[in-house]
Design a protein around this ligand. Structure first.
Ligand SMILES: C[S@@+](CC[C@H](N)C(=O)[O-])C[C@H]1O[C@@H](n2cnc3c(N)ncnc32)[C@H](O)[C@@H]1O
Length: 222
């Protein structure tokens, strides 16, 4: 533990691993966290579940352009980078502390990801340069006042890069299925919907709580 003040900084190690034949293959990501009011400074359960999904689907990610929205401590994007994706990590343009933390985490992990301040619903030049094959977002659907801005950005990126898919994990805290309404509103369709606990290893599931879903979303072709 390092850092000064009310919110000490901690280093967390996040591992993903699988068995291939008789061998275990794995990778480790180092994360810097600070448990403070700023939601982007610590790892949320949705991020652990999305990172596990990226790892399990790693053949899809190798060599692909990946953009993570609302990346915070960026665990899913960092796993994607470690398995060979070309990754752009983004968070709110105004959250300098979060963006600086992402920079430090990339350095610690010796990863050369591009880091971009990208606020949902804002049309900066940097947004027009992004042509992802895959967009990631862990726990980016938590404040309903931001949903339309988030989906405006996601719909733009999906339109800008055909064949692109948005993979998001969200914590259904209200019990309402707002995401279905948003997909219809923004001309999107659901390709896959999974219970987040259906594919993670038991030792990870035991430390996580909540109703977490993973959904893959694409443009609804007319
Ligand atoms: C609940 S945190 C999730 C962080 C990380 N993805 C995770 O799961 O650990 C939500 C993230 O969205 C970012 N965020 C919130 N509002 C945003 C906005 N309007 N534009 C871009 N990012 C935003 C926050 O800074 C924060 O990093």
């Amino acid at each position: 533990m390092t850092g000064t003040g009310a919110f000490p900084e901690t280093r967390a190690l996040a591992d993903v691993s699988s068995r291939r034949g008789g061998d275990r293959i794995s990778l480790r990501v180092i994360i810097l966290e600070r448990m403070e009011e700023n939601y982007g400074m610590f790892v949320w359960p949705c991020s652990i579940i999305l990172a596990e999904y990226v790892w399990q689907q790693r053949s899809r990610f190798s060599g692909k352009n990946v953009v993570e929205l609302g990346a915070g401590t960026s665990l899913p994007g960092l796993v994607a980078a470690k398995i060979g994706a070309d990754v752009v990590l983004t968070d709110d343009f105004h959250k300098h502390e979060v963006l600086e933390n992402i920079r430090r985490i990339c350095n610690l992990n010796k990863l050369d990801c591009k880091i971009v301040g990208l606020t949902w619903g804002e049309w900066d030049a940097s947004l027009f340069e992004l042509q992802p094959h895959i967009i990631l977002g862990a726990d980016v659907l938590y404040d309903s006042t931001d949903f339309d801005d988030l989906f405006a950005t996601v719909a733009f990126l999906l339109q800008n890069s055909r064949e692109c898919v948005f993979i998001t994990t969200y914590h259904n805290r209200s019990g309402h299925h707002l995401i279905e309404f948003l997909m219809v509103k923004w001309g999107l369709k659901c390709l896959k919907l999974l219970d987040g606990f259906s594919f993670i290893p038991a030792y990870k599931a035991s430390s996580l709580q909540g109703n977490i879903q993973l959904v893959e979303i694409a443009i609804e072709e007319k």
